[in-house]
Design a binder for this molecule. Structure first.
Ligand SMILES: [Zn+2]
Ligand SMILES: [Zn+2]
Length: 102
């Protein structure tokens, strides 16, 4: 099960102002009683694609980071390409690999 969150999208509601998140099993806001919507786990934006737990903007930011890692790996050269999947899953280790190559 994806770890999605719901939130109150009624702007004047205290839960909305405080960006209170609710569990997926909750259907109504405990403050104002309005129906809850899926919201981005990070920025509380109501989600259009409810199969994701982040909004398109937050997903794009995450995607950008992955792209940067790919670029760095590509600039090192083909010899390391087989290691790139490992690097991608363990992004922190890439700095170590680069410093070894120098
Ligand atoms: Zn509410
Ligand atoms: Zn977001």
């Amino acid at each position: 099960m994806m770890d999605r969150v719901k939130g109150c999208v009624t702007e004047k509601c205290a839960a909305h102002k405080k960006k209170t998140t609710y569990k997926e099993s909750d259907d109504y806001c405990s403050k104002c009683g309005d129906k809850l919507s899926y919201v981005c786990k990070k920025c509380y934006t109501p989600l259009e694609d409810t199969s994701e737990k982040y909004c398109v903007r937050c997903l794009a930011v995450r995607q950008d980071r992955n792209d940067n890692v790919v670029k760095v790996v590509g600039s090192i050269g083909g010899a390391l390409l087989t290691a790139s999947t490992v690097v991608l899953t363990k992004g922190k280790d890439i700095a170590k690999i680069i410093s070894k190559l120098k």
